[in-house]
Design a protein around this ligand. Sequence first.
Ligand SMILES: [Zn+2]
Length: 297
Amino acid sequence: MRYFRFFLHAAAAVLIVHAGAGAAINVVTTTPDLAEFVRAVGGDQVEVYSINRGDRDPHYVEVRPSYMLKVRQADILFKIGMELDLWIDGIIDGSRNSELRVIDCSERIVPLEVPGFKADARHGDLHRFGNPHYWLDPDNVPFIIETITQALDEFDPEHATMYAENASAYLDALHKHREAWAPYLEQVRDKKIIFYHNTWPYFTKFAGLVAVEHVEPKPGIPPSPGHLRHLLETIDAGHIEIIAVEPYFDLKVPRMLAEKTGAKVVVVCPSVGGAPGVDSYAAMIEHNLRVLAGGTL
Ligand SMILES: [Zn+2]
């Protein structure tokens, strides 16, 4: 009997230790923006690791064994979907984690630029099912947060109330940033910009900007001499003042275009961590509005 009682105590102790140490849900995200959203909703119930960094191209991420290990230990993986982070499939396969829940954060998003024809490699193969850079419209964040909240609720229904409260607190706080964005939004409205990659249709829709052209003629396709001539003519004819480049592209071509036309090159961040000081989603939006407004000051 004494042994039995000891066993019961030991079992209870193990359960308590497990409940304490197991409080964190292990989460992997493909991008740092999703990591911010999951941390905001999950609070201290989640331990979050983002595979990509904000200063690296989210279309191309190396499949590394260390990422497979992270995914092997994960309970839930959140991805952007729409083929942006197609590289995660190889990492998931390599992780051999049969319990992993994979959540596609695009499921509530209304996609832009969905091709009306059957897309193939000739049309640029990076945005085959529509433009996947949807997180750059702050009006899409509530839909992403809703998908994340639902996934956490399903995994851990005990904390559903906390997740709901955290989600609305985050969205309220994000909404308050609009006051700080307002003066920049005034300045950038209808402004014509040349972007490097077609990262920005959701952002331009939000900000009222016009993406006149892209340095890449199609997403992922480098510019030909003919396309560069077309860009020079477009910049001159449209009096375009700004060429905006994501942090991971070579500045050689944008600088050449700027030198020949008098336009200015600025770095715009598609993700948290894309530049020093861009340490939150709200800071990222403000940074982009500020540098794009800067061209007319
Ligand atoms: Zn893209």
